[in-house]
Design a protein around this ligand. Sequence first.
Ligand code: SME
Length: 155
Amino acid sequence: MTVIKETNYSLLEKQLASLIEDESNLIAILSNTSALLNDTLDQVNWVGFYLIENNELILGPFQGHPACVHIAIGKGVCGTAVSEDKTQLVADVHAFPGHIACDANSNSEIVVPIHKNGEIIGVLDIDAPIKNRFTKEDQQGLEAIVSILENQLSK
Ligand code: SME
């Protein structure tokens, strides 16, 4: 069994807050956030963002292999996170109806919706090469990370 190194989310929150404070450019903020998460999280193979444009999700800044550019709202894990406006914690992507396989290495996934001034604007998507990678603690930690982003983007 793979041992997953636990993430120190309170430290990660502080690092992210200082990395993006005083910044207002969306692409710069999301690019550095994906790099920080990719550097910090153990056992992940894709970390990035999809942003809503013309009523669909479009690929945003990310770290990992090239990925699908367009995802319909309501489709796959990312599209479901948007249509339900709710974090999707998927222990086994192969068991998720309609999962979109962008990276064949992905086995589990977490997707957290992002809001700006209360309106959903996109998602944070993280894929892992092993099943059951993400726990409820990861969900709480990543939702806290997204809150920091939301506060900065809503300024
Ligand atoms: N698996 C995702 C698609 C995006 S990739 O994982 C980068 C989904 O089903 O929404």
